[in-house]
Write a protein that binds this ligand. Structure first.
Ligand SMILES: CCCCCCCCCCCC(=O)SCCNC(=O)CCNC(=O)[C@H](O)C(C)(C)COP(=O)(O)OP(=O)(O)OC[C@H]1O[C@@H](n2cnc3c(N)ncnc32)[C@H](O)[C@@H]1OP(=O)(O)O
Ligand SMILES: Cc1cc2nc3c(=O)[nH]c(=O)nc-3n(C[C@H](O)[C@H](O)[C@H](O)COP(=O)(O)OP(=O)(O)OC[C@H]3O[C@@H](n4cnc5c(N)ncnc54)[C@H](O)[C@@H]3O)c2cc1C
Length: 642
């Protein structure tokens, strides 16, 4: 089936410009010509040490070839090159680019840029972001690592008071990084001023051995990311100079005077940055799994429909389309949301760093708290459906889908556990409803203005905008219902904390609906702005699938049977009309075979031959008879014969 649109032009929509889309193709082509940038053998056949070694080997090779392939100062080109070569399982520089450098930019002063930023960019040093501890991750107020100021030597003494204070989880901390941005409680004259970011050298730059007073190592295998070394880190009264407090926002003078930051949370910028980028990163992971599943579904034949002479492609089953196509819509919707949040983050950093203007922080915190939670959860659901849609071969590591799942689903936990972040957004929604109740609707932020709109009369929806209005009213009602439930408890004498906890499930439901409304409206807004008619037509099909699927999935108006039927009928006909374009919508992401790392998803479609070759290369097939059979099984069977 030929697509009704140009996939290169769709790639330009996905990546934001024709230039970047074509540069991505050139970079992938360049990588395909350099064998030392390829996996030396399939990653699923490697144990953890082999995998970490392989990632380190490739990283060094990439660093060598990088100047010949990309503009080293072009962030987007670098991001694609890393994804192409390093894949998704983690590597020594994974957090260096994602958190260490952005943390330095967000928190460091111009002098500290001079000292560390250039060195970090040239990769003379490798860094990570060490905040989470063995005993605390969500509740930052209870972090235990201390940084006590000693005015007599003008130093901070970093210390791990007890085992629960060990830094635990930070990516690339265990064996790779020789520096870290360490988040520790700033203590001045016994006064705890809360978590602050400090630049700390962990290892000797020559020998890479841990410095005196530092205990550091790897936390062991995880569900995924096993090419990376998430680590633990402990301090024994470890001294660092006064100038190592990253002091763009908060400062300590030599005599110990503390100058507080313009906003209590301005030190959280590294987290906000990752959350702002997660919608895009998760969309790519979802699209990875979908292109594998849809390519395979276009090859795999199983069972019959009307033509009894030839088995049907499983992509022609309505259930297969229902399983996969709503996630294709979500992948596009998440990409468009990602453009928004990255733009908002870049603007915020400029406002804060250049003008000390923190007014955009609350909105972006609320938006990214909800978005990272909904996007990561729905991405995980979509990847799991993609795996199941491939039957047995989806369950094989040859499909690579379970690795993609493990990486993606980590996002439900890192950067703020989803439940915790949904409740952060709920704070914002409750405050907004209270503003309206107090006659201050004018103070509402643009993202919550709809909460003040009167309920529309439920007329029979005829157009897309009517269906979106239905969803908007449902979201509004949930925010009001949850807020009033909470306020009723408070007015009844229940403390705010207890009332909050007793309403928490309803509050998180309000956060999810609010976020899903934002995703839907962003998707529609972006599609409506696309000039190329062919692109806009097929993306409208995706929007129709998305809106109707969301309405059904959120259980809207289940009491109104005729409305329910019309939503279902629209969804099923949208699935059918998407069928001819489904594969091309995913081909438009232009992932190379190297980047997909999936035998099932290869462009050549020779699934069975490729699967057989892959299986034969398994280490277990090096010999016909395994040593363990000779050593244990054969004696056991011989004995049974006596
Ligand atoms: C995909 C491939 C990738 C591949 C790459 C993979 C990379 C993996 C990287 C993972 C890295 C990590 O996980 S790094 C570690 C991530 N850790 C986290 O995210 C920790 C999550 N916890 C937190 O952020 C915090 O504890 C909170 C926000 C949940 C609670 O903080 P709190 O200080 O107790 O604040 P709280 O009392 O709740 O709220 C007080 C007021 O502050 C506001 N507030 C709180 N935080 C912020 C903020 N950042 N910006 C603005 N405002 C804020 C609240 O809205 C509230 O306003 P008002 O209501 O009073 O007006
Ligand atoms: C793959 C991966 C990479 C990571 N990389 C880094 C890194 O580079 N740097 C770093 O500093 N950290 C990193 N982390 C740590 C991560 O940020 C934390 O795991 C995360 O913040 C959650 O904290 P926690 O694990 O302590 O869970 P807890 O905070 O102990 O929460 C456990 C559970 O308790 C419940 N809960 C907790 N608080 C609340 C609440 N207020 N309301 C309702 N329910 C609640 C939730 O169900 C939650 O899942 C990484 C984690 C993973 C999995």
């Amino acid at each position: 089936m030929t697509a009704t649109f140009d996939t290169d032009r769709m790639a330009a929509v996905i990546y934001g410009s024709e230039k970047l889309a074509s540069r991505r193709r050139e970079i992938s082509a360049a990588v395909s010509r350099i064998p030392e940038l390829h996996d030396s053998r399939p990653l699923p056949f490697m144990d953890r040490l082999e995998k970490v070694t392989e990632m380190t080997r490739k990283l060094a090779a990439l660093n060598k070839h990088l100047p010949d392939i990309i503009d080293p100062n072009d962030y987007e080109e670098g991001l694609h090159l890393y994804h192409e070569v390093m894949g998704m399982e983690g590597h020594p520089l994974a957090l260096h680019e994602v958190m260490f450098i952005p943390g330095l930019i967000g928190q460091g002063s111009d002098e500290q840029y001079e000292k560390w930023l250039g060195r970090a960019r040239r990769r003379e040093i490798i860094g990570c972001y060490a905040q989470t501890e063995l005993g605390h991750g969500s509740n930052l107020r209870s972090l235990e690592t201390t940084a006590s100021y000693d005015p007599s030597t003008r130093e901070f003494i970093i210390h791990t008071p007890q085992i629960t204070a060990l830094k635990w989880w930070p990516g690339a901390l265990g064996k790779s990084s020789n520096y870290a941005i360490v988040v520790a409680n700033l203590i001045i004259r016994d006064r705890n001023l809360g978590p602050h970011p400090f630049m700390v050298q962990l290892r000797d730059e020559e020998t890479h051995r841990p410095l005196q007073g530092i205990t550091v190592g790897d936390i062991g295998p995880k569900m995924a990311f096993n090419g990376g070394d998430n680590g633990f880190l402990g301090f024994d009264n470890y001294r660092i100079p006064l100038g190592n407090l990253l002091n763009r926002h908060a400062r300590v003078e030599e005599d110990g005077i503390y100058v507080k930051p313009p906003h209590a949370k301005v030190g959280h910028s590294a987290m906000i940055r990752v959350r702002s980028h997660m919608a895009t990163g998760q969309a790519w992971l979802l699209a990875h799994s979908l292109i594998i599943a849809v390519r395979y579904s276009a090859v795999r034949r199983q069972g019959f429909l009307e033509d009894k002479t030839r088995e049907v492609k499983i992509l022609d089953y309505q259930t297969q389309q229902y399983r996969l196509f709503p996630s294709i819509a979500r992948a596009y919707a998440f990409i468009f949301c990602g453009f928004e949040t990255i733009r908002l983050y870049d603007q915020l950093i400029l406002d804060v760093n250049k003008h000390g203007n923190t007014s955009g922080m609350a909105d972006l915190h609320a938006l990214t708290s909800g978005l990272k939670s909904v996007v990561t959860y729905q991405t995980g659901e979509g990847i799991e459906q993609a795996r199941m849609a491939c039957g047995g071969h989806g369950y094989s590591m040859a499909s690579y889908i379970s690795e993609i799942y493990g990486v993606a689903i980590g996002g439900c936990t890192y950067e703020g556990e989803n439940m915790v972040m949904l409740l952060q957004l709920a704070r914002y929604l409750v405050k907004s409803v209270e503003l309206i109740k107090n006659g201050k609707s004018k103070e509402l932020g643009p993202m919550v203005a709809y909460l003040a709109e009167p309920d529309t009369q439920e007329k029979t929806p005829l157009e897309l905008k009517d269906y979106v209005k239905l969803f908007q009213m449902m979201s509004k009602r949930q925010s009001w219902k949850a807020t009033e439930r909470y306020l009723k408890l408070v007015e009844g004498g229940v403390s705010r904390d207890v009332a909050w906890n007793k309403t928490a499930v309803e509050l998180t439901r309000a956060s999810r609906l609010h976020t899903r409304l934002y995703i839907m409206e962003t998707f529609i807004r972006r599609v409506s702005s696309i000039e190329d008619m062919n692109l806009r037509m097929v993306l409208r099909d995706l929007v129709n699938v998305h809106v109707n699927y969301e309405l059904l999935d959120c259980g809207i108006y289940l009491h109104d049977v005729s409305l329910l039927d019309s939503i279902k009928n629209q969804l099923y006909s949208s699935l059918h009309s998407l069928r001819p374009n489904a594969l091309s919508l995913l081909d438009s992401f232009q992932f190379s075979d190297i980047q997909l790392r999936s035998v099932l998803g290869r462009r050549d479609g020779h699934v069975y031959e490729n699967l057989f070759e892959w299986a034969k290369s398994s280490p277990l097939n090096v010999s016909d008879v395994l040593p363990s059979v000779d050593r244990y099984l054969r004696p056991m069977m011989e004995k049974a014969k006596l």
